[in-house]
Ligand binder design. Structure first.
Ligand code: ZN
Length: 148
């Protein structure tokens, strides 16, 4: 099937629109679906991958991206960032006897970091900067006390 890759401009517009309409999107899959839906209004052949969307949102500050992690038993190592595919760098600390101790790894482009044990992202949440708290979270038995 024929498909087209949307330009940076087209993609950025779609992401902005989706984020503004939704305010908050609780998963990467949903975020991708919504942006694709919006893109398809312009051209049904547009295609976009999850990583490209996430990179755009992070690197161009289109949304606040909150990442949930799971810590593994494996040691962390340098390599590509699991969130945005950018290079990572090692985090060191200097001990009293002037030796460098390796503490973990952090991304050079996005907020991803990991300690000595590798952390892997398990969930992404995309929220508009300055978004108001969603209605569903305000309701509840004790809402009147909390917000009084
Ligand atoms: Zn990154």
């Amino acid at each position: 099937m024929a498909y087209r890759i949307p330009s940076v401009k087209v993609l950025e517009d779609s992401i902005r629109r989706v984020i503004r309409e939704q305010q908050s999107i609780p998963s990467q899959r949903r975020f991708t679906e919504l942006v694709l839906e919006d893109l398809h209004k312009k051209n049904p052949e547009y295609k976009v991958g999850e990583v490209r969307l996430r990179r755009m949102a992070l690197h161009r500050n289109l949304a606040k991206v909150t990442i949930s992690y799971r810590e593994t038993k494996e040691p962390s190592r340098k390599g590509r960032c699991p969130v945005c595919c950018s290079p990572t760098e090692e985090l060191h600390n200097q001990t009293l006897d002037d030796k460098m101790v390796e503490l973990g790894v952090k991304c050079t482009k996005c907020p991803y970091w990991t300690g000595p044990r590798r952390r892997v992202p398990v969930r992404y949440n995309f929220t508009m900067f300055g978004a108001i708290v969603p209605e569903t979270k305000k309701k509840g038995r004790y809402a009147q006390w909390k917000f009084a």
